[in-house]
Write a protein that binds this ligand. Structure first.
Ligand code: SAM
Length: 212
């Protein structure tokens, strides 16, 4: 009965994926029962490849479209979950000293986060799966304009990556509250699936493998 209830909840969730590339994340979410999925990418090539691949797998319900995560075109409070994997990292590829990143990168990251915060419903969740370490992400996620709480956990053997969960409207009244590290995130994605994707290094869309 609980399983059925959980499936019903998942079906109702409206989920937005930022910078999908040709990742299989949306396929996996769909398999988990999350069917109202919208994936955007800046690259028309990535979008076309993703659409073709999903169609070939019969996943025609997943909406894939061109879109800029720095200027989201969706209405306010329209998604329960926004998720990105390796896309925010791209903003910091050429940002110089990580302790003092270039203003341009910081401004882009803030534009992205402001958009995410805007399109999330009250109590909506932003999931960020990234190589960006907590001490570099903290000042951005913790900006005073955001109302989300922040927790994270660490994955990976060689390269560590981080799984951040930001819950809109759940920020502690203590404005100095820090990010909470949790041993197991309260939302579960399968680590194997993430480990199998060489996402951070696959920034060149032409290198994407059609067969995935
Ligand atoms: C490192 S890849 C990650 C792709 C995918 N999320 C994965 O896990 O394999 C970054 C992706 O973000 C896309 N991207 C970069 N800037 C973007 C933006 N401003 N808006 C939307 N997508 C963007 C790129 O086209 C690329 O597909």
């Amino acid at each position: 009965m609980l399983d059925n209830a959980l499936i019903e909840v998942r079906i109702l969730l409206q989920v937005l994926e930022l910078g999908c590339g040709n990742s299989q994340l949306c396929d996996e979410l769909y398999k988990e029962g999350i069917t109202d999925l919208t994936s955007i990418d800046l690259s028309s090539v990535a979008v076309a490849k993703m659409q073709k691949r999903l169609l070939s797998k019969g996943l025609k319900d997943i909406k894939v479209m061109e879109g800029d995560m720095l200027n989201l075109s969706f209405t306010d409070e329209s998604f329960d979950v926004v998720i990105e994997k390796g896309t925010m990292d791209v903003l910091f590829v050429d940002s110089g000293d990580p302790w003092n990143p270039r203003l341009e990168a910081v401004n882009k990251a803030m534009a992205m986060l402001q958009g995410v915060h805007r399109v999330l419903k009250p109590n909506g969740i932003f999931i960020s799966i990234a190589f960006g370490q907590p001490h570099f992400r903290r000042p951005l996620f913790n900006a005073p304009e955001f109302t989300w709480s922040i927790e994270y956990s660490t994955f990976g053997d060689g390269f560590h990556y981080f799984f951040y969960i930001l819950r809109k409207g759940c920020r502690s009244l203590d404005s100095d509250a820090d990010m909470n590290k949790v041993e197991t995130p309260s939302i579960c994605l399968y680590q194997d699936e993430l480990d199998n994707e060489d996402y951070l290094f696959r920034t060149n869309i032409d290198e994407m493998d059609d067969e995935r």
